[in-house]
Design a protein around this ligand. Structure first.
Ligand code: HEM
Length: 338
């Protein structure tokens, strides 16, 4: 609650200045609630009086923050929507034009352990946390355009309040999981010379090398890129989120403006990047999801997509024969051998 004393402003002709008509939704709402006269007085950033001791307590409408508002609402919000919808359109096109990457040889039925129980728990907790933050975050940014007009004001209030609360409390969990992912997986995500070859051949997914299987270690270059993008943008999003979540460490309005923009940009990059990751995991590559669900992958998949890792596993005797009790896989293995 900010109580402003306007005695000194009442006779100040400069208040009648230029910007009188509210132009944004927030300004219109403020004008409607407080009245045009009151709004005219505060919109020029005039200082008033409050009993609060917090930073900038005496300024109700901050002019520099309008730059933030314009960047966020007039630039980031529409550009972000184009980026997210564009990414969805691209994966849809990839599905129909390029199609899922099928295994080029039959499965052998022999399995190789790829992800431990802890890895999988970490991945799926991270995926759930990230996706729920992405959905609540997008509701906070774009909900007023696509949801608010079609539901009651009360329902909109409840939804946006729930989204904000969820976002505030789950954000720190994402930060913790991100730290765990970094500690657990950074080693296998370091770039090597071989990754350049993989990039030049576009992973054998499109272009002149389509259908080839460029050499890769446990993680290919694409996975390494997405990993480091997750780590950098994830930490920017998490730390800027903390600055916004806990405005009790002397942050001023500028700190909040900058944090908000950094938060939005990093989160949007992640959302777009992970649309491609999720597409590949769910539809784009035969056999990839098995590894993250069951923990093990078929020998053929390992050989085709991660040949260097496969050779290491084979040398260490870690390629498991199919269980005898499973005649179907035994049959597949026999067929493959013959
Ligand atoms: C429905 C959603 C998702 C699906 C189906 C999915 C699927 C997969 C699959 C199949 C793998 C294993 C790839 C391999 O074995 O080489 C994987 C790895 C990974 N996923 Fe996801 N994922 C999803 C969401 C996410 C989200 C939201 C994040 C993070 C925000 C994430 C982060 C990762 C990371 C860091 C890896 C390891 C990449 C590496 O270094 O090898 N995933 N995912």
């Amino acid at each position: 609650m900010l109580c402003l004393s306007f005695s000194s402003m009442a006779n100040d002709d400069s208040n009648k200045a230029t910007r009188v008509m509210p132009s944004t939704t927030a300004e219109t709402e403020m004008s409607r609630l407080a009245g045009d006269e009151f709004y005219k007085k505060v919109q020029d950033g005039k200082k008033g009086y409050t009993t609060s001791l917090s930073m900038e307590h005496d300024v109700l409408v901050s002019h520099p923050s309008e730059t933030w508002y314009i960047l966020k609402e007039k630039w980031m919000s529409p550009l972000g929507a184009i980026a997210v919808l564009g990414s969805l359109a691209m994966v849809t096109l990839a599905y129909f034009i390029v199609g899922p990457l099928k295994l080029s040889a039959p499965r052998t039925g022999r399995k190789i352990k790829r992800w431990s129980r802890i890895d999988r728990a970490l991945h799926w907790s991270m995926a759930f946390t990230f996706l729920s933050l992405a959905i609540t975050g997008m509701t906070l940014v774009w909900g007023k355009h696509f949801l608010k007009p079609v539901i009651s004001t009360d329902a909109w209030g409840d939804i946006v309040y729930a989204a904000k609360q969820f976002h505030n409390y789950v954000g720190p969990i994402f930060f913790i999981l991100l730290g765990a992912v970094l500690i657990k997986w950074w080693r296998k995500s370091t770039f090597k010379k071989i990754d350049l070859q993989w990039c030049l051949k576009l992973g054998g997914m499109v272009g002149p090398h389509k259908g080839t299987h460029p050499s890769a270690e446990f993680s290919n270059a694409g996975e390494k890129i997405i990993f480091w993008m997750l780590i950098t943008c994830g930490f920017i999003a998490a730390i800027s989120g903390f600055v916004l979540d806990f405005p009790i460490f002397g942050q001023g309005r500028r700190d909040m403006d900058v944090s908000n923009l950094a938060h939005m940009i990093s989160a949007l990059i992640l959302i777009c990047g992970f649309i491609f990751h999720i597409y590949i995991g769910l539809f784009g590559m035969e056999g990839a999801l098995e590894g993250m669900v069951k923990g093990e992958v078929d020998e053929t998949w390992a050989k085709e997509h991660h040949d260097i890792w496969y050779a290491e596993m084979k040398a260490q005797g870690k390629v498991e024969e199919p269980e005898q009790s499973d005649p179907k896989s035994q049959e597949t293995a026999d067929n493959a051998k013959s």
